[in-house]
Design a binder for this molecule. Structure first.
Ligand SMILES: NC(=O)c1ccc[n+]([C@@H]2O[C@H](COP(=O)([O-])OP(=O)(O)OC[C@H]3O[C@@H](n4cnc5c(N)ncnc54)[C@H](OP(=O)(O)O)[C@@H]3O)[C@@H](O)[C@H]2O)c1
Length: 352
């Protein structure tokens, strides 16, 4: 098994998919055999040119049928939005699918899709696995990993802190509602709020891992901080007085108590430019477990000598999934969850 190479297809070359192409080109465990793109200008180009590495010999296509006809062990499926019918086609065609685009743990919210995926796996003798940094690692695998060294758990709190100006694509500023009037922002559904069923999958994964049952998942009122001064950014500015930070809090209840609390804190400035003067620090994931012994873990990039710190969010997202490809390919057919995988054995990471 350690000698085996895996023939992989990269499905789309966005922020996550580009990491995939670069890794497949570099890690001898993988043979990149196909690349699907959506953007017309990328069609006909070598995948290496698209992601800024040496030529791979694989020419990008937008022809889905030709990709599905390829012989491959696994598709690293990273489009903006998952198309379940396409995923099922891939699975039925005999290719395993590893994805960052959705379905991280079976929950009621996505039960019908889950059944379709399992049926396609049975038909194709293949496996499906969803992963990423969050959901897929920071808010589920890491808390469960920490649980291993606990003697009692009262509450698990997961904080996702993101500086949107430095550590997210610029389109997120408008897309997430920054710069809006506070009352208008709070009166409308938010992108993050709509994502709760996705993040709740991580809560159910923790609960399943701990052998307890979630009664309900609730959302607290969203909190916002407004800009005390104009906040300039690449596409314009957030005017003073408008929404410049948002804090979402979701709770999973077990036996009438809040067992798992997720905080999603997205900021465009520090306390000197916010009212209230929120101080959440740099982009990172922080897991705090109240219990015995009280335990805390922070996941973040590394501070460089010049004081900067790059947030490797897309690298983590892609690699959390890619590193599971060999184990998913070797698994029995079906939807392979993180709990099914157990300790993943990444291949080819130690190399010259
Ligand atoms: N779980 C996690 O931790 C996590 C974290 C980040 C992202 N994600 C998920 O991972 C997936 C990929 O994220 P990403 O940041 O790489 O996405 P992205 O950069 O926004 O886009 C992915 C690619 O989709 C293709 N595309 C663009 N417009 C399209 C359209 N109208 N129709 C069909 N395809 C189109 C493009 O491919 P080409 O450029 O190749 O043409 C684009 O680059 C998303 O589903 C995202 O939600 C998960």
């Amino acid at each position: 098994m350690s000698e085996r190479r895996y023939r992989v297809i990269q499905w789309m070359t966005g922020d996550v998919g580009r990491v995939g192409v670069r890794h497949f080109a570099e890690n001898p465990v993988y043979d990149l055999v196909g690349v699907l793109v959506h953007t017309a200008e990328k069609v006909g180009k070598d995948a290496g040119e698209i992601v800024g590495v040496a030529p791979t010999g694989v020419i990008a296509t937008d022809d889905i049928d030709s990709i599905i006809a390829l012989d491959a062990d696994c598709v690293f499926y990273t489009p903006i939005i998952m198309d379940v019918d396409t995923v099922c086609r891939l699975l039925r065609s005999g290719k395993n699918v590893v994805t960052t685009s959705g379905f991280f743990h079976p929950t009621e919210d996505f039960a019908e899709y889950g059944e379709n995926i399992r049926a396609a796996c049975r038909e194709g003798g293949t496996s499906f696995h969803g992963s990423g940094i969050h959901p897929g690692y920071a808010g589920d695998v890491l808390p469960l990993t920490l649980a291993r060294v606990m003697s009692r758990i009262d509450t698990i709190r997961v904080y996702e802190v993101v500086n949107v100006l430095t550590d997210a694509p610029t389109d997120h500023i408008e897309w997430m509602g920054f710069g809006k009037d506070k009352e208008k922002f709070l009166a409308e559904p938010t992108i993050l709020g709509l994502g709760l069923p996705f993040f709740a999958q991580s809560m159910y994964m923790i609960a399943d891992g701990l052998g307890v049952t979630i009664e309900k998942v609730t959302a607290a009122d969203v909190k916002v901080a407004v800009a005390t001064t104009d906040i300039p950014h690449e596409l314009g500015r957030i005017p003073a007085g408008m929404v410049a930070a948002q804090h979402h809090e979701w709770t999973a209840w077990v036996d009438g108590n809040p067992l798992i609390v997720f905080h999603a804190i997205y900021l465009t400035a520090g306390p000197d430019m916010l009212e209230p003067a929120w101080e959440w620090g740099t982009t990172r994931y922080r897991i705090v477990i109240d219990g015995d012994p009280p335990t805390e873990l922070t996941l973040q990039g590394v501070h460089q000598p010049d004081g900067t710190m790059a947030h490797p969010g897309y690298d983590w997202t892609a690699m959390a999934a890619i590193n599971a490809i060999p184990d998913v390919c070797e698994a029995a057919p079906g939807w392979i969850t993180q709990l099914d995988l157990g300790m993943v054995r990444p291949r080819g990471l130690v190399r010259k």
